[in-house]
Write a protein that binds this ligand. Structure first.
Ligand code: S3P
Length: 443
């Protein structure tokens, strides 16, 4: 396993194109396999997570080919067309790949066992398994809520109405994908809206799907089963979660100004940028435009004086992957940054509340960790970090990248171990960050 050392830096500058969005990349392969005909996917994120999804689909009979860098073709054979028995699908580090594919498997006459790495094998799966059983899927080997899990799907699923207690795009998408094979309508109720890339992509391909706000301020997503999905090409916008690393680096590093191009600014993904602006960040959105049903823009960020604020639970779903890097921005803020209602962070690639708090405490920053909230006590613009520390990423790409960004403002270098998983979402992170001036050193 590799380690990276991050050294104090200043004057970050230049333009960066971060890789394609991870959520949309997974969906373009998974939903692409259910259209009837060939689609081209441009700017696919070629990360380990997405490649695991491509390999799993191939094992179940889908023809998927790389044409050139980041340009792929997917031959969709229609809804319910996955095939095979005894498929062993290694989903690596990817919760999205595993959970979404389980939904598609539930709606095909196919049998598959899902396995994953040490981190994925600890993540909760009951949230997916319970609704999929309601759609008619048969589940075997289901112990302790975790992988490995064997699923036997059926070509026609039962239409269900399911109320999820968590706002999770993975749960919602898994049910919707199973619902593609239903005669009738499938609906899911969420406590607040999670990212809606599945809904947008299904609509783009021609499905009838609508989202309504209920009187109790929950949300209901309704899909008509067996839609005819047209083969249309997809351009994957750049990933806002990956963009958050150069953006926060520019905000906290002296004399910096960085522009990140073509970023997906779907409002269910931009909670971090909204929060940073409320904290005083100089962030500008330029050249907003639409691309296959998704809004994109170029984002400029420059060195800013930040103030701690309270981030309400209602914003959590729109920035769920960005709390580790927000915590790094919060270190440089004046006052406390209070992140409310973030319990879901405990079920990500690692317990992110624990990892962030432990890491920050190691560098001398005070944090408070309750069951469902996290507080970072900012050191302010004049404060200094000067401990020589080594951080273990706990096989979590976002923890690794976040602490490398913290190293940019630390008097002594910060070493981050187990950085290989960065490849699961942000290939060439090191090179791209070095190009704008970050002093990162691969060991
Ligand atoms: C994802 C949804 C999020 C996010 C994950 C990607 C997706 O999880 O954390 O990285 O692509 O659907 P939940 O919405 O399930 O919390």
């Amino acid at each position: 396993m590799n380690s990276i050392i991050s050294h104090k830096s200043s004057n970050l500058s230049g333009e960066m194109i971060v890789p394609g969005d991870k959520s949309i990349s997974h969906r373009s392969l998974i939903i692409g396999s259910a259209v009837t005909g060939k689609i081209i996917v441009n700017n696919l994120l070629e990360s380990e997570d997405v490649l695991a999804t491509a390999n799993a689909l191939r094992k179940m009979g889908v023809s998927i080919n790389k044409l050139s860098n980041n340009k792929w073709e997917v031959f969709g054979s229609g809804i319910g067309s996955l095939s095979g028995i005894n498929n062993i699908l290694d989903m690596g580090n990817s919760g999205t790949g595993a959970r979404l594919l389980m939904g598609l498997v539930a709606g095909s006459d196919v049998e598959a066992t899902f396995i994953g790495d040490q981190s994925l094998s600890k993540r909760p799966m009951k949230r997916i398994i319970s609704p999929l059983i309601e759609t008619g899927a048969t589940i075997e080997n289901f112990n302790n809520d975790t992988l490995p899990i064997k699923i036997k799907g059926s070509k026609i699923t039962l239409p269900i109405e399911y109320e999820s207690t968590v706002a999770s795009a993975q749960v919602k998408s898994s049910i919707l994908l199973a619902g593609l094979s239903s005669i009738g309508t499938t609906s899911i109720i969420e406590p607040s809206l999670s990212r809606d890339h599945t809904e947008r992509m299904l609509k783009y391909f021609g499905a009838k799907i609508e989202t309504i706000k209920l009187k109790n301020s929950k949300w209901k997503i309704i899909l008509e089963g067996i839609p005819s999905l047209k083969p249309l090409d997809i351009n994957v916008p750049s990933d806002p979660s990956s963009a958050s690393f150069p953006i926060v680096s520019a905000l906290i590093t002296p004399n910096s100004k960085v522009k990140v191009m073509n970023v997906c600014v779907n409002e269910l993904r931009t909670g971090l940028f909204k929060t940073l602006i409320e904290m005083g960040a100089k962030i500008k959105f330029m050249n907003s435009r639409e691309m296959n049903g998704e809004l994109i823009a170029d984002i400029v960020a420059e060195t800013s004086k930040l103030n701690g604020i309270t981030i309400p639970k209602s914003r959590a779903a729109s920035m769920i992957d960005e709390y580790p890097i927000l915590a790094i921005a919060a270190v440089k803020a004046e006052g406390d940054t209070i992140m409310e209602g973030v319990e879901e962070l405990r079920y990500k690639e690692t317990d992110r509340i624990k990892s962030v708090c432990e890491g920050l405490q190691k560098v001398g920053v005070q944090t408070i960790d309750t069951h469902n909230s996290m507080i970072v006590k900012g050191i302010g613009p004049q404060g200094q970090i000067n401990q020589n520390v080594e951080i273990n990423s706990n096989l979590d790409h976002r923890i690794a990248m976040s602490f490398l960004c913290l190293g940019l403002i630390s008097e002594k270098p910060i070493k981050v171990d187990n950085t290989d998983t960065i490849k699961s979402s942000f290939p060439f992170f090191l090179d791209k960050m070095k190009k704008i001036g970050a002093k990162f050193e691969q060991l």
